[in-house]
Ligand binder design. Structure first.
Ligand code: NDP
Length: 281
């Protein structure tokens, strides 16, 4: 049976460290601040925003949620971002995605000051990641690396296969693994024989959004399997990995819920603190 990578344990560890950093900053007169912009009334987004607010309360970060109507225009959204860029109480700005379809996500993200880009989605920070320079790292991939390292999974020299190439999870996860000297294969919907690729993986990251896409016959015995997917099936949350069967083959596996999702929020808190620290430099 695989070792379960329990997100609660690793997220607690990360949040305790963040709380200490917040306390140190407060002693220097700085309270790290996060602003979350939520456009529309998507229930899943509302849940995510609430969990981020709770995490801020836990570690002592000041948080503000800006709720904007579903018919907000691009100009109104970008004006709100510009205001937050100038707000000295705010060190990190998070635009909750997805936006309603009439809004241009990439353009809105490009309006967030790179110094307050807490998700690391601005082209400048994405470029810094690509060039292996210091900068804000996207929260979910950063959380995956945190989990793997804390669990003692060897990354250097491992073959990591990432399924999914989105800008927010797949691509940055591949870059971070590469930076840690894994040999990385990045798969997507046009990959002809997915199983042939996943069977090579010492570390398998599934970030697709398809319930139980990764089955036990696609996993190399002993592999570390990280399930990023969040899918709702008959009112229940499931990942992209067939947890019941894959846990009999894998060496490590992260569950859904209770895995990567908790790490994402913990790394968000860490990024707010890093941005607040950088603002002092
Ligand atoms: P996207 O929809 O942006 O990307 C999905 C990726 O999966 C695409 O690259 C797509 O390929 C690829 N894909 C689709 N079908 C297949 C297939 N059959 N075989 C191989 N690859 C396939 O999703 P996100 O990256 O934003 O999110 C992925 C999942 O992770 C979702 O379930 C999301 O809810 C979840 N998520 C979880 C987070 C957490 O904190 N736990 C945070 C963010 C996301 P192509 O590019 O060719 O279309």
């Amino acid at each position: 049976m695989a070792v379960i990578l329990d997100g609660r344990v690793y997220a607690d560890m990360a949040l305790d460290a963040v709380a200490e950093k917040v306390a140190a900053l407060k002693k220097r007169g700085i309270t790290p601040g996060l602003a979350v912009i939520l456009v529309g009334d998507d229930p899943a987004s509302q849940t995510y925003v609430r969990s981020k607010g709770k995490a801020c309360d836990r570690v002592g970060i000041y948080s503000r949620t800006m709720i904007m109507a579903g018919d907000t225009t691009q100009a109104e959204l970008e004006k709100q971002i510009a205001q937050l860029n100038r707000d000295e109480k705010i060190h990190g700005i998070l635009l909750q995605l997805p936006l309603p379809p009439h809004l241009d996500e990439q353009h809105a993200l490009s309006c967030i000051s790179p110094e307050k880009d807490v998700d690391g989605f601005h082209a400048l920070n994405a470029g810094r990641l690509m060039l292996s320079l210091e900068g804000v790292q996207p929260c979910t991939p950063k959380g995956i690396l945190f989990m793997l390292k804390q669990a003692g999974v060897p990354i250097e020299g491992a073959h990591a296969v990432v399924v999914g190439r989105s800008n927010i999870v797949g691509k940055p996860a591949a870059m971070l693994l590469l930076r840690e000297n894994a040999t990385v294969t990045l798969c997507h919907s046009k990959t002809p024989d997915l199983k042939a690729q996943t069977l090579q993986a010492d570390i398998l990251v599934a970030a697709v959004g398809k319930p139980r896409l990764i089955t036990a016959d696609m996993v190399k015995p002993g592999a570390a399997v990280i399930d990023v997917g969040i899918n709702r099936v008959n009112g229940r949350l499931v990942g992209d990995v067939d947890f019941e069967n894959v846990s009999g083959v894998a060496g490590y596996i992260s569950p859904v819920p209770g895995g990567v999702g908790l790490m994402t929020v913990a790394m968000l808190m860490d990024n707010v603190v890093s941005l607040a620290e950088t603002s002092l430099a």
